[in-house]
Design a binder for this molecule. Sequence first.
Ligand SMILES: C[S@@+](CC[C@H](N)C(=O)[O-])C[C@H]1O[C@@H](n2cnc3c(N)ncnc32)[C@H](O)[C@@H]1O
Length: 189
Amino acid sequence: MKLKRVLQYAQFLLQDTVEAGDIVVDATAGNGYDTTFLAQLVGENGHVFAFDVQKQAVESTQNRLQVEGLSKRVSVILDGHENVDQYVKETISAAIFNLGYLPGSEHEVITKPNTTLKAIESLLSLLKVGGIIVLVIYYGHEGGKEERDQVIEYVSHLPQKKVHALRYEFINQKNDPPFIIALEKMKEL
Ligand SMILES: C[S@@+](CC[C@H](N)C(=O)[O-])C[C@H]1O[C@@H](n2cnc3c(N)ncnc32)[C@H](O)[C@@H]1O
């Protein structure tokens, strides 16, 4: 397969950017798959800050990390990603979001446009030049299209000399498949 699937491409971008010893953020920990992936990339001297507003997600992420022996490299925080700057003071090399609801949950708790945009703004300022923010945008659920549209509107107006904004999307798939928005910081904002 020549064209990377959306989730493969998200992981490829992170892998290509994150080095051992880096500090990174998982903005939507969920069941902890991306948190675990990032914890492997940063190695034992790096650190992952993972956020989720649901206790169920925080516990699921902590369990997964424990099984993998990666708990020491991660702070799993029960709070919204919009508050990231209260917890992360260091420069980060990467962040990832999976927008939408927790798979296997009741779909009641979803990411929302205002808090998502606030988090992207804070993360862009914490990001090092050369760092990357990856957003995997699921929008099939109620409220998903509004969030998708607001994120696209916001990132399309970022100054192009300071941030490169990419959309990676399969355009002939049915059932609202997820797509990627990736932001690479080129200069201090
Ligand atoms: C699509 S899921 C994430 C899936 C996850 N990356 C994984 O690997 O399983 C989205 C998650 O975002 C969380 N969420 C919703 N609003 C949030 C907020 N303001 N801050 C942080 N997490 C939030 C939800 O609780 C849900 O677990």
